[in-house]
Design a protein around this ligand. Structure first.
Ligand code: CU
Length: 175
């Protein structure tokens, strides 16, 4: 298989993943091809992007990392242990439901200091997009392996989890 056909396949996957979500919402894959890992400058990744309420962040990472949403001060000081929400499923999708700045770090001691920290400034979307909190999802109860903390700020669509896993596998295969 040539690399161009692999690229085409990935493009199709990404296209599908964009069509799955409501038209106005975007899903941002954190770190793009690098994923959520040490040694990536996430402030560079966020620059030039404008995040809106209704968009989502997709974190892809090996289970040796976690995705912790933390306070501004814990973000600045890389303090672990006070996470607002945490997940280590390897494919974490975070719905950005509130305007304001959201802070994420890896909960493994030392990783935040080596770059695993992400601050995302979320703007209120258009009135139409901001008002619908939850588009009707057919069968949310079929969520399979994703560990879902009992918190409303986490919403991992099973379909998106599958799609992001595919993308991650493609990236592993072609790397
Ligand atoms: Cu980590």
């Amino acid at each position: 298989m040539t690399s161009s056909s692999v690229g085409l396949g990935m493009a199709c996957l990404l296209l599908v993943s964009c069509m799955v979500v409501p038209s106005l919402a975007k899903v941002y894959t954190v770190g793009d091809g690098s994923g959520w890992t040490t040694g990536v400058d996430y402030s560079t990744w966020t620059s030039g992007k404008s995040f809106k309420v209704g968009d989502s962040l997709a974190f892809n990472y090996p289970s040796s990392h976690t995705v912790d949403e933390v306070s501004s001060s814990d973000y600045s000081s890389c303090t672990v242990g006070n996470a607002i929400t945490t997940d280590n499923s390897g494919a974490t999708t975070i719905a950005l439901k509130k305007a304001g700045t959201h802070y994420f770090i890896c909960g493994v001691v030392g990783h935040c200091a080596t770059g695993m920290k992400l601050a995302v400034k979320v703007e209120a979307g258009s009135p139409a997009a901001a008002s619908d909190d939850k588009p009707s999802t057919p069968t949310p109860s079929t969520t399979t392996t994703t560990k879902a903390p009992n918190s409303s700020s986490w919403r991992v669509s099973p379909l998106m989890a599958v799609v992001t896993t595919w993308v991650a596998l493609f990236l592993m295969v072609i790397s």
